[in-house]
Design a protein around this ligand. Sequence first.
Ligand code: UD1
Ligand code: UDP
Length: 383
Amino acid sequence: MSENIKIKKVMFAFGTRPEAIKMAPLIKAFREEKNFKTSVCVSAQHREMLDQVLNIFDIKPDFDLNIMKPDQDLFDVTTKVLVGMKKVLNDYNPDIIFVHGDTTTTCACSLAAFYKKIKVAHIEAGLRTGNIYSPWPEEANRKITGVLANYHFAPTSTSENNLLRENINKENILVTGNTVIDALFLVLEKIEKSSSLKNRIIRTISNQYELTDDRKIILVTGHRRENFGHGFRNICNALKTIAENNPDFDIVYPVHFNPNVQKPVKEILSNCKNIHLIDPLSYECFIYLMSRAFFIITDSGGIQEEAPSLGKPVLVMRESSERPEAIQAGTVKLVGTDYLQIIEESQKLIDDKNQYNKMSKAYNPYGDGKASAKVLSFIKSIL
Ligand code: UD1
Ligand code: UDP
């Protein structure tokens, strides 16, 4: 009888743009279930970039630690999240906490939950490079979270195998695909169905730079901590050369708000005619621009997962990757932060049709858009 069903308190805790994008479809799925009381706690490790996503997916946080300060370091983020979560968990005490991926918010929330003996469910579990300094500090964040988590939702069998090698019990692992594909499909469908939304997106992008049909776009993003300094200057100098050698192309770069990114990017690239430095875009605008791009140069994890679904070649500015699936399929290529390699690989995509066609076949190793449903059904079976 329905009055005997105990409503379980489920909390989603996250703090940055990519976590919000990848948690949004899950929150939607859990909110549709009446046997769960679903709450959202944001650390706000990011602020504007997080709020952009919350708005698109209509998520109003129940708890907001509001920790973001300009250019804060890893000690600041870790301690503020831990102290903030202590109060939230003391006051609210959920049955289970969902965390996502590899950020410092994720690691600190998992630790806070562990101290309160609250169950932790880890979404996007098991990705590994095998080098705790690359990506830094994310590889260690994800491993620590894996140690503390009770349930591990691995996007692919490769990530499941990484967890099995670390002696995680197979019964507590589920391969689901990546929820980023759920988010991507939700947004693509929304844009497809509404010409007024599409026009609004085009207007919003055009407010930042003139989007025209006759010019090809190279879309760029970059923000990795291990690339700060020398690596970032190499990246910017390479982009400058690519732009000078290819005046028919527009390089469009929504610049992450991190001051360690803003400074070199603006210093080196501000005065290049066909490089457009714009503010971070809303998820809908970014996905639309990605669908219009010729190819993408990035160090982002999420973009590596989304782009193969859209048939867009990706050059990844990292030395190693915890996402080998699309690299093996040939749609994503690692180029590091080497000036010459970024230029050479970009020029190959521009000049060599065969190379471009090989890398631009639509391919999706990261799931079928039903990852959230699989997580929900697993949690229903155990809670
Ligand atoms: C963080 C995550 C990284 C993730 C990335 C996604 C850690 C250690 N890093 O890196 O794993 O890939 O988010 O983008 O968890 N800032 C703003 N407004 C914002 C967001 C950031 O001004 O909306 C500025 C602030 O000055 C802030 C700085 O960027 O202090 C750095 O933010 P932080 O979250 O510490 O690092 P990210 O490089 O964004
Ligand atoms: N993204 C966005 N607006 C932008 C740039 C990226 O919405 O201007 C989205 C992108 O589609 C992807 C996610 O943000 O889903 C990637 O975030 P980020 O690169 O900050 O983090 P990472 O994936 O490296 O953790």
